[in-house]
Design a protein around this ligand. Sequence first.
Ligand code: AMP
Ligand code: ZN
Ligand code: FE
Ligand code: FE
Length: 282
Amino acid sequence: MIDLHTHTTISDGTDTPAQLINKALASGIKVLALTDHDSIAGWEEASAHLRPGMDLVLGSEISCQTEDGISVHMLGLLFDSKNQELQDVLAQTRDNRFGRMERIISRMNGAGIEISMEEVLAQLSDGATLGRPHLADAMVAKGLAKSRDEIFEKWLHNNSPYYVAHYSPTPERAIALIKAAGGVSVIAHPMASLRGRTVGVESFSSYVDAGLDAIEVFHRDHTADQRNLLKDIVKDLGILRTGSSDYHGTGKINELAENTTEPDQWQALEARADNRRVVRVF
Ligand code: AMP
Ligand code: ZN
Ligand code: FE
Ligand code: FE
């Protein structure tokens, strides 16, 4: 089983990188990608806990925004962590998320919802990428709802009056940065329309021109029809297809390897990186 998209406490997942590695090994996954939002801070711990039998693919899910303000998530895998330009953009996004959270909170306070930045930060691991899920966790801790899902549905979805965007590169810029760092780029859940507006299929060719390597086709948030449509699209565009869980521990119902990537697709994808960077221990 090949699962190319997972999160840990380095962003909005609930397992530490070490716990994720142990769970993935126990569930028989053969190739696992670690893709925390806008961060590579979990790479070292995950690598240190790897054991024989599973390949580890180091990556990040990069938050992007189109010129029209549509949110896009771009998975970057197998890039060189020493590429400064890419790291600078990730750092800028992470920093910007704090001011953005202050603004979300002040909008909520204005509407009479009592929540503070301190309560949100208490939900965040040291140095982790701050996101709406941490605000949701703080609201659950206050008894405002039972789960992240409920909080998102009621207050935190992309079309809510409390929604504030944060700095993010465009998808084309993120792809170019990933490629310049020698990695491969995969657009994550491009048709997950429940989260908010999605880009039209016509944008995919501009992403391919920028260097896009694959589309995440098999994902919980895609219907069977969307998967079939995306399968045709990747064929037409001459790029690859992946599938993955987008595991977040107890932060989402997604189970490890509930969707997977076909071995031939992974092999071709890995070959597109400029160096063999898969982590493997013997
Ligand atoms: P942010 O990066 O702060 O804009 O928050 C977006 C993140 O919130 C996504 O990456 C998801 O992991 C998470 N998310 C979105 N919708 C939900 C939901 N309904 N339940 C739990 N988590 C969600
Ligand atoms: Zn997330
Ligand atoms: Fe995502
Ligand atoms: Fe994700």
